[in-house]
Design a protein around this ligand. Structure first.
Ligand code: NCD
Length: 338
């Protein structure tokens, strides 16, 4: 695809070569993300960061990624502080706000809303999550993490064995990740969820049409024995009619160190898009896994900055200029030494 000026709305818009391009640019961002070097390549550029649903990692890492490229970030959070509460259409809002920014990131509770917004925008729009539909930048950082984590085991994305665990019906991260895996070969997926929260049929169909082996189950122990990646997800409480309904499923698939030791191969990598629900009645990934070197959740979150820097550099067409505007850093930063 031609990245310059493109909206990033869905995984469906990518081909395999595009993923390689994004990952190559992300790799080149590491000295900047680790503050060994700074670049001013986007000096003067403005990111409109518009989040109409709760977010920590996605919003802050989009902002940090833009700052690390030398650009400025303008934040809008919550409906109550925006004219959308006065009945303004997404199209009008986009038409106006795109005059104030060079690129826009957006999260919104309605499926399809970010694409609708992009239609009115005069600048590239990156989807930070539209309802239960998609979360394409998360899937890219997840796959980037999978690739990095598996490299030390001599395994690659083709041939991957992965279990996705939790609320697969409402989880937009797993929806986008499944679509992304369709670009690769010979993947075994075990989809572990309560029956009521199963992966949508159309996504299972797409996986099978891509030639992948898909197993659907509600039993965790029998699903995590022969896998490279255990990808756990949170019950998406905000997508249920009531908290009580979400409570029916909370805490059904807990992974802790003793379950890991009993059932998983020793190198199985544990991932989660975060936030993990650490309340006692949920505790989907126990804190006792924090000392497990295969718990990749924080490396995964760090990788989000690299992948989002790559996407900004590509859509604003500066990927090949980043180093021309760089210098060594002059302040102490402990990340640099790692
Ligand atoms: C996810 C999301 O918002 O879809 N979080 C994220 O972006 N890292 C997952 C979640 O909220 O459970």
């Amino acid at each position: 695809m031609n990245f310059t000026g493109a909206h990033i709305l869905s995984i469906k818009q990518f081909e395999r070569a595009d993923i390689q391009r994004i990952f190559d640019v992300a790799d080149a961002m590491e000295p900047y993300a680790l503050r060994r070097k700074v670049t001013r390549v986007l000096e003067g550029a403005i990111l409109g960061n518009m989040f109409f649903e709760p977010s920590t990692r996605t919003r802050v890492s989009f902002g940090s990624a833009f700052n690390l490229l030398g650009g400025n970030v303008r934040e809008t959070t919550g409906f109550e502080s925006s004219s959308l509460t006065k009945g303004e259409s997404l199209f009008d809002t986009a038409r106006v706000l795109s005059g104030y920014s060079d690129v826009i990131c957006m999260r919104h509770p309605q499926a399809g809303s970010v694409a609708e917004f992009a239609e009115g925008s005069r600048v590239p729009v990156l989807n930070g999550g539209d309802g239960a539909n998609e979360h394409p930048t998360q899937a890219l950082l997840d796959l980037y993490t999978i690739r990095k984590e598996l490299r030390s085991n001599g395994r690659s994305i083709d041939g991957l064995r992965i279990a996705m665990i939790g609320d697969l019906k409402h989880g937009r991260t797993v929806h986008s990740l499944c679509k992304l895996l369709c670009l690769f070969q010979n993947i075994s997926l075990c989809l572990v969820s309560p029956k009521e929260l199963a992966m949508p049929d159309y996504i299972v169909e797409e996986l099978r049409s891509a030639g992948h082996k898909v197993t659907i189950t509600d039993d965790l122990a029998s699903s995590i024995g022969n896998i490279d990646i255990a990808y756990s997800t949170r019950i998406q409480e905000e997508r249920f009619a009531s908290k009580e309904e979400a409570d029916l499923y909370r805490g059904r698939f807990r992974l802790n160190q003793s379950i890991y030791t009993q059932y998983c191969e020793p190198n199985t990598v544990i991932m989660h898009p975060l936030p993990r629900d650490s309340r006692a009645d949920a505790n989907e990934l126990d804190n006792d896994l924090n000392a497990n070197p295969n718990l990749a959740i924080f490396r995964q979150a760090d990788n989000g900055v690299l992948v989002r820097m790559a996407l900004f550099a590509l859509v604003l067409d500066v990927a090949d200029q980043v180093d021309n505007y760089s210098r060594e850093v002059n302040w102490y930063n402990s990340l640099r030494t790692k």
